[in-house]
Design a protein around this ligand. Structure first.
Ligand code: 5RP
Length: 232
């Protein structure tokens, strides 16, 4: 069984939660794309829905099924957002932003009644931090920001390597919002709540890839199918 098939198994379970007339947030990444592929087969259902997207990449992908995404400002609330993740802890804490869409993903999550995460079983972890924590910052002074971040991490006994995300031609990755991304190679993070607060207090930081206390359910795809893990 390939990882892609596990992602499809998770996406299938999330699809069952989509009901006619809903406003749906679409995340970003290969797992969300599998969800969109499945939704694309539901010709009658998809015509009844309204959509907001977390990235230009997703917006473009969805168009092949004639799924047209509206500006997020068109919605006071979304019924549901379906998104992937880079790491999910047993407590429902997440690291996201591997695909660089963390800011818009967090906006969608913040206005969703139900926030459904779809992952293959390799994404479930005992603690966060093996995956580098993405931090979206304004498009200036990355080096000064890295120094300030290092101080913040040090207060929590962490000394990560912090790297400006670049493209294959070494130019800086620029997010859909025109910002930069720093990837922090932390290792085991014992208390993400306190660390998140400290990081997000730094003036140049827009948001971090910590998504804490946000999930409604995680659908974990494996060889046999998918399991739903609930969070309060
Ligand atoms: C993008 C994300 C993605 O949800 C995350 O990177 C998972 O991607 P994939 O489904 O391709 O493994 O946070 O910013």
């Amino acid at each position: 069984m390939t990882t892609q098939q596990k992602k499809i198994n998770a996406a299938k379970m999330a699809l069952k939660r989509i009901k006619p007339g809903m406003c749906v947030g679409l995340g970003t990444g290969s797992t969300t794309n599998e969800f969109i592929n499945l939704l694309g087969q539901e010709k009658q259902l998809l015509k009844t829905l309204r959509y907001a997207s977390s990235s230009i990449q997703t917006e473009t992908f969805a168009k092949k099924y004639s799924i047209i995404c509206e500006d997020i400002d068109q919605f006071n609330q979304l019924d549901v957002t379906v998104d992937g993740a880079d790491e999910v802890s047993r407590q429902g804490e997440m690291i996201k932003g591997g695909g660089g869409a963390l800011l818009r993903e967090k906006m969608l999550a913040s206005i969703s009644k139900d926030y459904l995460i779809i992952v293959d079983d390799t994404k479930m972890v005992d603690y966060l931090g093996d995956f580098p924590l993405p931090i979206e910052i304004m498009n200036f002074s990355p080096n000064t920001t890295i120094n300030l971040l290092k101080k913040a991490f040090k207060a929590y006994h962490l000394d990560p390597e912090i790297i400006l995300r670049v493209n294959s031609d070494s130019s800086s990755v620029i997010t859909d919002g025109g910002n930069l991304i720093l990837d922090c190679h932390c290792g085991q993070i014992l208390d993400p709540n306190l660390l998140k607060k400290k990081i997000e207090e730094i003036p140049n930081v827009i948001t971090s890839g910590f998504f804490l206390n946000m999930i409604s359910s995680v659908f974990v795809g494996d060889e046999k199918g998918s399991t739903e893990v609930f969070f309060e």
